[in-house]
Structure formats: structure tokens, C-alpha cells
Write a protein that binds this ligand. Structure first.
Ligand code: SF4
Length: 198
């Protein structure tokens, strides 16, 4: 078994959050292939992703994959060219108040972070798309979403591109000026993919 397959087996067998009383029935998601030069890091799986066992399988994922296609990686090539993952691997359940899913706690993110770190080391992506405020803050520090989206950051020998969470629950994308920032981000990505021949 290769290193990535071994890591996926470890993730799929993980019950750390259950042992700490943070999740009742963890069902981790781990999926992807070696050779991708682009990595997507989101927040946590949604319920459809948990059921499908493949990252970004819900409506938000459809929107995100559409953005990536418009930036230059066709849908049918994304499985091979993009490695999709997230800060935590288990569906966190519904938010106690309001709509949408609960954000994973800081402890859940800490417990899961060794998996993500090993994935980054193994995949060694040239470009990382950080999807949503939690992923952006984790790798680039806290900043308003409107200041992060549209920028391309160079850190630790990689490029980092922030994007908003594509969830239908988020109202951020309702503002035309925010949608314009997403277009700027996609243009940055398009230019980078083209200049690096990715
Ligand atoms: S979220 Fe991560 S650390 Fe927690 S049980 Fe799932 S795989 Fe394990």
C-alpha cells in the first residue's frame, strides 16, 4: 500500500472525536490521488459528502467545481488534477441555531490537523485554494474575507488563493462587489495555472 492509501486508511478508521465526546458517530471522508498540483482545503464535509464519501459532493461543491472549471481545470479532469480535502474529515452535524452545518470546534480542527499536514506533505501542491474563512485563517491568519478573496499569497514555497465558502447558506456571495472579488480570484488562478503550465 502506498503512503497516501495508508494515510486514507488511517483517516477512515479515525474515531478521535468520538473518544473525546465531540462527535457521536464519526464517518470520516478521505479521497484523492497522488499527482495533483492543486489542493482545495475546505472547512468540513457536508452531509452529502459524508454519504457519497467524496469531498465537495453537495451543492456548494458543485459551485466550487464550476469556479475551478472556469479558472482552467475542466470538471472531468478535476479528480486527477485537484486534491480536495478539508480541515476536518467528519460531518459536524447541523448548527444548533440557524441554518447550515455546525462549524467544527478548535479542538476538532486540532485533532484532525495531523492528517491534513501529512496530506500537504505527500501531495506537495503548487497552489492551494483555501475555501472559507476558517481555512483562510488557519493558513494565512485572520483577515476580512473581502480583503482576502482576489489576492494571491506566496508562503512556504506555495501559492495560496482564498475563496469564499460556496455554501448556499452564506449571504456573502449575494453582494455584487463580492462576486466581483471571486471573479478576480479566478482570474489570478487562471493566470497562475497558465504561467506555471499546471
Ligand atoms: S474529524 Fe478528524 S480527528 Fe475527528 S474523528 Fe473525524 S477524522 Fe478523526
Amino acid at each position: 500500500m502506498d503512503a497516501l492509501a495508508r494515510l486514507h486508511s488511517e483517516i477512515l478508521a479515525c474515531r478521535r472525536c468520538e473518544l473525546e465526546g465531540l462527535l457521536p458517530h464519526p464517518r470520516p471522508v478521505a479521497y484523492g490521488h497522488m499527482g495533483a498540483r492543486v489542493m482545495v482545503i475546505g472547512q468540513a464535509p457536508g452531509v452529502r459528502t459524508m454519504i457519497a464519501g467524496r469531498p465537495f459532493s453537495g451543492p456548494g461543491g458543485k459551485l466550487l467545481r464550476g469556479w475551478i472549471a472556469r479558472a482552467g481545470i475542466p470538471l472531468e479532469e478535476q479528480d486527477r488534477r485537484v486534491y480536495f480535502t478539508s480541515l476536518t474529515r467528519c460531518y459536524p452535524g447541523k448548527a444548533p441555531k440557524g441554518k447550515g452545518d455546525r462549524k467544527p470546534s478548535a479542538r476538532e480542527v486540532e485533532l484532525c490537523s495531523p492528517f491534513l499536514q501529512r496530506e500537504i506533505e505527500l501531495i506537495d501542491p503548487v497552489l492551494v485554494l483555501l475555501v472559507g474563512s476558517m481555512a483562510i485563517e488557519r493558513f494565512l491568519g485572520r483577515m476580512p474575507l473581502a480583503e482576502a478573496v482576489g489576492q494571491l499569497f506566496s508562503r512556504d514555497g506555495r501559492w495560496w488563493l482564498p475563496l469564499p465558502h460556496p455554501s448556499g447558506v452564506s449571504r456573502w456571495l449575494n453582494h455584487p462587489e463580492h462576486r466581483a472579488l471571486v471573479e478576480e480570484a479566478l482570474e489570478r488562478m487562471r493566470e497562475l495555472l497558465s504561467s506555471l503550465g499546471l
